[in-house]
Design a protein around this ligand. Structure first.
Ligand code: FRU
Length: 434
């Protein structure tokens, strides 16, 4: 109800996300012929506030006459005329190629594929790169760079990020600079959707390693080229995948992620975007995520609870809505764990270990604390949980409506709870026929 979704059918990765002339543009992997993965096109929508979206016509589709079968994921950057360019991986019965498209209007409705395509082929490499895809663009000083994912040994251990440098202002000529990063974990066999960008004084790499997304924070030496991570963490251990980012006009770094909702195909749709998140680097050098504050406009029917003592007990909340936001702060005296149970799904903070467990096994690390704030956003089957800058998307099982607040094995106080029913976001088709 407030998670962005395609008008119908299948959606996966956010692509080419950019704010341009006030609008946030969301392109996305889309199958316009079915509710399962296939026939990759770039769907398109725009929003002024990251909450309410206007669907726009499909932006890119495979050029069958040129042997293209899928328009895979990619990124956007401003071109020499001040308008965005998008880059994506072109898939056909040949090796993958990187292609560029140029908009014909400032609403980014109509796109022309560059006559210079392919702008990069596998010939640029000295070594074979498997699963070579998902261009992401960034600038450092006067230079424009692209990173792509892939691996150099499909048996495992060599998931890499390749770096390319633009050789002309039109961004049609590129040089391969080398592998700037290899995942140190040998069980990572491939890297998809790498995002690389400066955040404050640090560089951040986000990877989608065919398991939960990871982040690395560190230093970048473009001369080598080498990215040296100093911090590492799991970006979201739940159902979120395939990141992309936007630097917006408030100079915020926004994170977009897709969630496979595992909706049965016969329902006619599958997948949704995670609520856009604001990214910062915390004092400990780790990445911190919080939901975009714009979602506060959907709050209605507030419930407030204060200073409730919890002794090995559960308190029944008065909340039972399919779409709600809950923020709860607990002071722990002797309790082993405290938390919320939402429609039967527990969100439990274990004071001894510092982990917050959502459902049976998905966990985010909040650290050992005596006071903990848990934030939860329910949107029917999607539950997003935030604690101490960590975040998790959980797909809910069916459960009894309602919220319970608990302390286990000892005493704790619910210092405060504020909860709201959330209104549905607007999703307009007005722009579909522009
Ligand atoms: C990630 C991904 C990308 C690819 C796209 C295809 O989910 O596998 O690597 O470009 O999806 O839809």
């Amino acid at each position: 109800m407030y998670h962005f979704d395609a008008p119908a059918l299948w959606i996966n990765d956010p692509n080419g996300t950019i704010q341009y002339r006030v609008w946030h543009h969301m392109f996305y992997q889309h199958n316009p012929y079915g509710a399962a993965w296939g026939n990759m096109h770039w769907g398109h929508a725009r929003s002024r506030d990251l909450v309410n979206w206007e669907h726009l016509p499909i932006a890119l589709w495979p050029s069958k006459e040129k042997g293209e079968e899928h328009v895979f994921s990619g990124g956007a950057i401003l071109g020499p005329d001040g308008r965005p360019r998008v880059f994506y991986t072109s898939i056909g019965k040949r090796d993958p190629e990187q292609w560029m498209a140029i908009p014909k209007d400032d609403d980014l409705i109509t796109w022309e594929k560059s006559p210079a395509n392919p702008i990069l082929t596998t010939k640029v490499h000295k070594q074979k790169i498997y699963e070579w895809r998902d261009p992401f663009l960034f600038r450092d000083g006067k230079q424009t760079y692209m990173v792509c994912g892939g691996n150099i040994d499909p048996r495992g251990g060599y998931g890499e990020v390749q770096l390319y440098q633009a050789k002309n202002a039109e961004l049609t000529q590129w040089e391969h600079r080398g592998a700037m990063f290899r995942n140190p974990d040998r069980t990572v066999w491939n890297i998809e959707c790498p995002n690389f960008f400066r955040l404050g004084s640090q560089w951040v790499l986000l990877t989608s390693p065919q398991r939960p997304c990871e982040y690395f924070v560190g230093d970048f030496d473009p001369a080598e080229p080498r990215f040296t991570p100093r911090r590492w963490g799991v970006l979201d251990p739940g159902a979120a995948y395939a990141s992309n980012i936007i630097f917006d006009d408030q100079r915020r770094c926004l994170l977009l992620l897709w969630s496979n909702t595992r909706t049965p195909e016969e329902r006619g749709w599958c997948g949704a975007m995670v609520m856009p998140r604001v990214l910062i680097i915390g004092e400990d050098g780790h990445l911190k995520q919080s939901p975009a504050p714009e979602f506060e406009k959907l709050r209605t029917d507030e419930t407030v609870m204060e200073n409730v003592s919890l002794n090995n007990a559960s308190v029944e909340g008065r909340l039972a809505a399919e779409a709600m936001e809950i923020g709860a702060t607990f002071d722990i005296t002797t309790a082993a764990s405290v938390g919320l149970e939402i429609y039967g799904t527990p969100i439990a903070f274990d004071a001894g270990s510092g982990w917050v467990t959502v459902g049976d096994e998905e966990k985010i690390f909040a650290g050992r604390e005596k006071t903990i704030t848990l934030r939860a956003f329910l949107d029917r089957r999607m539950l997003e949980v935030y604690a101490k800058g960590c975040a998790l998307v959980h797909l809910m099982d069916e459960g009894e409506p309602g919220v319970r607040i608990f302390a286990r094995d000892g005493a704790a106080t619910l210092r405060s709870l504020r909860a709201w029913r959330m209104k549905p976001a607007e999703s307009s088709m007005a722009g579909y026929r522009i």
